[in-house]
Design a protein around this ligand. Sequence first.
Ligand code: IFM
Length: 454
Amino acid sequence: MSDPKILASRFPADFTFGVATAAFQIEGAARQDGRRPSIWDAFCAMPGRVHNGDTGEVACDHYHRLDEDLDLIQSMGITAYRFSIAWPRILPEGTGRINEKGLDFYDRLVDGCKARGIQTFATLYHWDLPLALMGDGGWTARSTAYAFQRYAKVVMARLGDRLDSVATFNEPWCSVWLSHLYGIHAPGERNMEAALAALHTTNLAHGLAVEAIRHVAPKVPVGIVLNAHSVIAGSDSAADKAAAGRAFDFHNGAFFGPVFNGEYPASLLGALGERMPTVEEGDLSIINQKLDWWGLNYYTPMRVSDDPSKGAEFPATKPAPFVSQTVTDIGWEVFAPALGALVEDLYEAYDLPPCYITENGACYNMEPVDGVVDDQPRIDYYAQHLQVVADLAQAGFPMKGYFAWSLMDNFEWAEGYGMRFGLVHVDYGTQVRTLKKSGAWYSKLISDANARIT
Ligand code: IFM
């Protein structure tokens, strides 16, 4: 089942295999070359918010080890790299002054990829909002959407001639609901009105950025990366099935609806519309622009049942038990069939362009023993999920590529450095990188895929 050669033979000839990372999770150098704090620097400094009080000050020290890390990608035979750009390096206050040194770093990154034959898939926003913008309300303020548009313009003017792809946002579900409603991610709000405001500002910012990108760098394919939830009803009861429908609208429809179909879901508007900020005339057509591609980040299904308690907030669901016995070290159920069902449901519900799986991977915390990290469960996870992606491609879905999360162990947000998703192990004391068994397996998969073509 996990024979890389057999698996590789199932993918289309032009299928892209890559690895993904994000700026705050790997770069470190938090105070260097003009970078100013982001909301995550501030969040890390708040007691109790991040496991063990971990911070992004050093992370994987990628800022200083850029060449070594790009060599590592190249040595694994990987030809596509998905990374994010740190807004607080480019516009340290969020608006105003441009920091040339920040742009220089990404110049080096992009040129370094090109020199090594690696395609560049940039993401503009992977959660590190410049802290200064919190003075105006951060994502709850409409002005942040316009600040983001300017940031997009500045980045594309500098890098647009060499990027192979750009995404506006990574997982807005996290920067909206997880950050403003559930309080788990920065800025740690727990407030429905704030979350609804962040929702609309984020969607608007996406649309404004698409306009800017197309204006400044019209040749770069533009998309958005969404961690759509594969919502599964906890039972066949009518109540649980209805709950799953509401959850789909809330967790997926709030983003897919406006971006791909030009409307917020009716159920969401019915339940929460009065608490939403003003959706101004023209907003929805800015948000709903044809994209060149979209990215799906998938890890685990979302099983839900009805929450009948009085006053339960929309979507009024509660978690239902896992079905699969396999659970990763972060506590997420492993269930690959949900990935296939999710892609099918989304293409049914929305007018979607071609798809990249922009993240998929597993958290297992094995450490090196005599220089070897034996992480067989991660290989099993990758193999199972890649089989599903191959099935989808063979069934005619426009699956264009797959990015493993992640190149290397890194700062796992509220979980700090305790949870490891890398194909490469990072010793945070010494910054030594060790290729895991899964990294060697992924590398072999790619060389087998390439060997088929040449
Ligand atoms: O580490 C994160 C990443 O930043 C976004 N997608 C999910 C990953 C694992 O939690």
